[in-house]
Write a protein that binds this ligand. Structure first.
Ligand code: PMP
Ligand code: GLU
Length: 379
């Protein structure tokens, strides 16, 4: 048989999805696993969003829609961005995709040429590098400060003539850190001084606790070179709806549009009507979920600190990022095999020696997970 694609053979499978599959398999075998592995809100999608989707189905919104998204959703996103994220956004600057992940993929394909370098600020989520690789680009890692999780001038050392893009993800998956204005400004200055594009993945923007969320595109002229990624999975508990979006200069949207047209065509039409209700409807559901995440965050961080673990600044998202002594993969495996608590080893996020625990699960389960981890002794 002829050899399959070398490009795809070089891509790692998704570590987040792999560990969650393993935990689910153990659960099916009857083992009482508490999963703190995958980052997925445990709440149901709010009723008014589901109703809007059901109404759309009942009205016959079951056919193809404009490939960039239904005009009602493009306008709702444009208004949201202009009002909340403080940079101007017309509907032509928006593309709705099958999840933020799909928007990231489209953007990498749209911007990168073979050999182009993309700076990835680590620790970083698992899917940026594969998307860059599939587009033919190359990742250059740059670690944030391991105490503050902020940036400093050493970032400049990663730039060379091949640098085409930098990926920013604040609040961060996996660390939960939120970039200060000074870190954001550093990225903006770098992009403007060296003519670099930025991808700002702001999918956790609604889950910021004691700080303020800043959009990279709102700084100076950054809207002209930034692809802002966002979606509905985290803020509105809509992971299974597969809906996300990108906001970018029109010339980038046109390129992304071609990738989308020739791959998935568009996001599901009736699902987009649910997203219109999410953005235009009452936002109290978002506040209620954030309040509950905050309660769990305070609990899990104080428990881990009481056990003696150092944790990253948990200012946003729904992850506790914990420093361990020893091999994070072995420890996460021990927690799973012996404690029946599934977590994510930091190595998957370019951060060996750390473990990510998602607190997007009930307080009751979190308490039991902390009891089990405590019982295994501090690692
Ligand atoms: N970006 C980050 C940082 C994430 O954690 C996720 C979670 N899956 C995504 C993007 C993708 O979200 P989705 O495709 O579900 O919209
Ligand atoms: N973003 C979530 C996580 O990191 C969901 C899984 C994924 O899409 O990678 O666990």
């Amino acid at each position: 048989m002829r050899q399959l694609s070398e490009k795809i053979a070089a891509v790692a499978p998704s570590a987040t999805l792999a560990i969650s599959d393993k935990a689910k398999k153990m659960q099916r075998e009857g083992i009482d696993i508490i999963s703190l592995s995958i980052g997925e809100p445990d709440f149901d999608t709010p009723r008014h969003i589901k109703d809007a989707c059901i109404d759309a189905l009942n009205r016959g919104e079951t056919h193809y829609a404009p490939s960039n998204g239904i005009p009602e959703l493009l306008s709702a996103i444009g208004e949201k961005i202009t009002k909340e994220n403080h940079f101007s956004c017309r509907p032509e600057q928006v593309i709705v995709a099958c999840g933020a992940k799909d928007a990231i993929y489209d953007a990498m394909e749209a911007v990168l040429n073979p050999g182009d370098e993309t700076i990835l600020l680590t620790p970083a989520w698992v899917s940026y590098e594969p998307c860059v690789q599939i587009a033919g680009g190359k990742i250059v890692q740059h670690a944030v400060n391991s105490k503050t999780f902020q940036l400093d001038d050493s970032l400049l050392e990663r730039v060379n003539a091949k640098t085409k893009m930098i990926v920013v993800n604040s609040p961060s998956n996996p660390s939960g850190a939120v970039f200060d204005k000074s870190s954001m400004q550093l990225v903006a200055d770098l992009c403007e001084d060296y003519d670099i594009y930025a991808m700002s993945d702001e999918i956790y923007e609604k889950l910021v606790y004691a700080k303020e969320h800043l959009s990279l595109a709102a700084l100076g002229d950054m809207a002209h070179r930034t692809i802002t990624i966002n979606g509905f999975s985290k803020a509105y508990a809509m992971t299974g709806w597969r809906l996300g979006y990108a906001v970018a200069p029109i010339q980038i949207i046109r390129q992304m549009s071609k990738v989308q047209q020739h791959s998935v065509s568009q996001a599901a039409t009736f699902a987009m009507w649910g997203a219109v209700a999410a953005l235009k409807g009452d936002q109290s559901c978002v506040g209620e979920m954030r309040t509950e995440f905050d309660r769990r965050r305070k609990y899990i961080i104080s428990e881990l600190n009481r056990m003696g673990y150092e944790t990253a600044p948990a200012d946003g998202a729904f992850y506790a990022f914990v420093k361990v002594c020893g091999d994070d993969r072995e420890i996460a495996n021990r927690w799973l095999e012996q404690g029946h608590v599934a977590t994510m080893p930091g190595s998957a996020f370019y951060a060996p020696g750390w473990i990510r625990l998602s607190y997007a699960t009930s307080m009751e389960k979190l308490k039991e997970a902390m009891r089990r981890i405590r019982q295994l002794g501090v690692q």
